[in-house]
Design a protein around this ligand. Structure first.
Ligand code: ZN
Ligand code: ZN
Length: 562
């Protein structure tokens, strides 16, 4: 416990602005002080990814508006680990928060790279904290706890305040043999439990899965056996950030007499980050995709990005036959040593169909159990964590609504006396008094659209979605100096169908007639105004389009004067 004694009116609050009711864009705040004068720390600042419902938008950020207004009171931003859902938004949002960053060396390496790409390397200070390190930010004393996950250096954070201790777990599992890094620091968690934990804010990803996630060491055995038995070319896809898995696949390949070729930018970047902290030792050197062409296929393993079917990643291009240097075909194998992230089912299935079609044999978690294990705690591990930590309050996070509610119920079953499952924007007072939601602040999403950060309900994406479903009509009409039609109306349809019975040209002629009729129906005073004429044309064409197609296309009407 820190030496500072709480003043009357001081409160300790937890406020998720991302990651509660979704898996992704984790953005957690802890506030200390009286309601009108709180100091804040941020734990994690991640992104989530777009899907078919957000055409053209790949990156989604948590909306920081609430805390931006208190940015001078942010004492620090602590990054638990280097997954995109925990650090991906730093480079985008740091200019709006401008607080010092804290991370362990591996995370700091990747963060520096992101800041460099954004041109922020000289502005945004990163303090590298050693594993298990302690540092003080105003009334918060933070101690990192080494956990295990699916990336090097996953940290939980013990947050000591004058009103109690919070254990913020970050992402974790209990892996007795994680292969890279240390095993879960059970001793540190138990000691913290002895000290007395007020609240545990905890990963809910696998709360519906019984048992344990399984150890990385078991994957090593399974993949080693599998790769030894393969004869042709082999591609293996995993998350680049899962350095233990990379290490496993590389060792399995080298053990089977294959050189490893890293394919994909993030695979190469992660291997550099790993080597910078002493990981991936005693393997390699690796081939690049040009060098690999000099070797017979059965002497190479391509370790590649794109396990989620990302269209521009290495594996999708190999499946398309459009990769400039790596060709897969009959007799080759592709191992998916990763899970399907919900939402990516369709692109992954499409890519796997393409690979199968060119003769590649597929090995996935579903038909070959044991080639992947999750990095998140299943119920057995959650139970052990609650036994070690014994918090008074359980706050489930890192999950969709159903995960958080199930986790809260599970915690109550484990005799945790209070459990609160907040939504993004719910401010939970942890102390003094019983835990409860005391305020609701604005929370939402921002879309990175063509490199521009836009509001969730911004016009550009809404229009694009509307056009994608309904198509578009444009009409232009040229008027002379006495408000008479000099030319047109000229019509163009985009994304609207015609057929033999009713060709699109005929539809456009009919629409032109509707436009003319609408113009002539206007009183002469309205014909003087471009805006009135354009509005009348739009109205008429929307009505006509609905008559023809039962659609409501976007209508773009333009009046020109000569
Ligand atoms: Zn993670
Ligand atoms: Zn995560």
């Amino acid at each position: 416990m820190t030496d500072i004694t709480p003043a009357s009116g001081d409160e300790l609050v937890f406020l998720p602005l991302g990651g509660s009711n979704e898996i992704g864009m984790n953005f957690n705040l802890y506030g200390y002080g009286p309601a009108h004068d709180r100091k804040w720390i941020v734990v994690d600042l991640g992104v989530t990814f777009g899907d078919q419902t957000t055409p053209g938008v790949e990156i989604i950020l948590p909306d920081p508006t609430f805390i931006e207004e208190h940015s001078k009171d942010i004492l620090g931003i602590v990054l638990t680990h280097a997954h995109e859902d925990h650090i991906g938004a730093v480079a985008w949002l740091w200019p709006r928060l401008k607080a010092p960053l804290y991370a362990t060396p591996f995370t700091a390496f990747l963060l520096r790279e992101k800041l460099r790409e954004a041109g922020l390397q000289d502005e945004a200070p990163i303090t590298e904290v050693p594993l298990s390190g302690t540092f003080q930010l105003g009334p918060f004393e933070l101690t990192l706890l080494t956990l295990t996950h699916s990336i090097p250096e996953p940290n939980g954070v013990a947050i000591r305040t004058p009103l109690g201790v919070v254990l913020h777990t970050g992402d974790w599992k209990i892996d007795p043999d994680p292969l890279t890094g240390e095993a879960t620091d059970e001793g540190a968690i138990r000691r913290l439990g002895d000290e007395g934990i007020l609240a545990m804010v905890c990963d809910s990803t696998n709360v519906f899965v019984d048992g344990e996630a399984g150890s990385e060491a078991d994957v090593r055995t399974v993949l080693g056996d599998l790769i030894r038995g393969l004869k042709g070319g082999v591609a293996a896809a995993c998350f680049a950030s899962n350095v233990a898995r990379m290490d496993t696949i590389i060792r399995a390949a080298e053990g089977a007499g294959r050189r490893v070729c890293l394919v994909g930018r993030s695979m190469i970047r992660m291997s550099q980050a790993a080597r910078s902290v002493g990981l991936l030792e005693g393997v390699g050197p690796f081939l690049n995709d040009v060098e690999a062409k000099r070797f017979p296929k059965n002497q190479v393993l391509y370790l590649c990005t794109g396990s989620q079917g990302e269209p521009r990643a290495a594996l999708a291009r190999m499946a398309d036959g459009s990769h400039p240097h790596v060709k897969l075909g009959q007799g080759d194998a592709c191992i998916f040593s990763s899970r399907i992230i919900p939402g990516n089912e369709v692109p992954i299935r499409n890519m796997q169909n393409k690979l199968a079609d060119i003769g590649v044999r597929l090995y996935t978690e579903r038909d070959h159990p044991g080639i992947h294990v999750s990095g998140h705690p299943c119920r057995g591990e959650l139970e052990r964590m609650y036994q070690w930590a014994r918090p008074q309050i359980a706050i489930p996070t890192h999950g969709e609504r159903r995960h958080l509610l199930e986790h809260a119920a599970f915690a109550r079953d484990l005799q945790i006396s209070q459990a609160v499952a907040p939504r993004n924007g719910d401010m939970v007072r942890l102390a003094p008094g019983l835990a409860q939601i005391v305020d609701e602040v604005p929370a939402g999403r921002l879309y990175v659209d063509a490199g521009v950060v836009t509001p969730e309900n911004g016009d550009a994406l809404r229009e694009r979605r509307h056009v994608a479903v309904n198509g578009m009509l444009s009409v232009s009409l040229v008027l002379d100096g006495r408000d008479r039609i000099a030319a047109g109306p000229q019509l163009r349809a985009i994304g609207l169908p015609g057929d033999e019975d009713y060709p699109i040209d005929e539809a456009l002629e009919d629409l032109a007639q509707d436009a003319k009729d609408a113009f002539y129906a206007l009183p002469s005073s309205d014909r003087e105004s471009d805006g009135s004429v354009e509005a009348a044309l739009s109205r008429a064409l929307k009505k006509a389009a609905f008559r023809i197609w039962k659609r409501r296309p976007v209508v773009e009407a333009t009046v020109l004067r000569v």
